[in-house]
Design a protein around this ligand. Structure first.
Ligand SMILES: [Zn+2]
Length: 69
């Protein structure tokens, strides 16, 4: 019991909802269907690079994300 538990619970609920939304649209919850994730803005400006989404293997689909998780 405590603030930390409440906060963890909130994060959990938020994640579940996010996953549900992505599921309904068939896109990977980690990269929102893009197939890649952007690093922080600073890094992006320095490298102009993205990193391949490990959750969906770069396909951006919910199906692949489920398979990988
Ligand atoms: Zn992804």
């Amino acid at each position: 019991m405590g603030l930390l538990n409440v906060f963890g619970d909130w994060i959990e609920k938020r994640n579940v909802r996010r996953v549900e939304i992505c599921k309904s649209q068939g896109m990977c919850p980690e990269c929102q269907g893009k197939g890649f994730n952007m690093l922080g803005t600073e890094v992006y400006m320095l490298n102009s690079s993205y990193y391949h989404c490990a959750g969906c293997n770069g396909s951006g689909t919910y199906f692949d994300w489920v398979e990988n998780t």
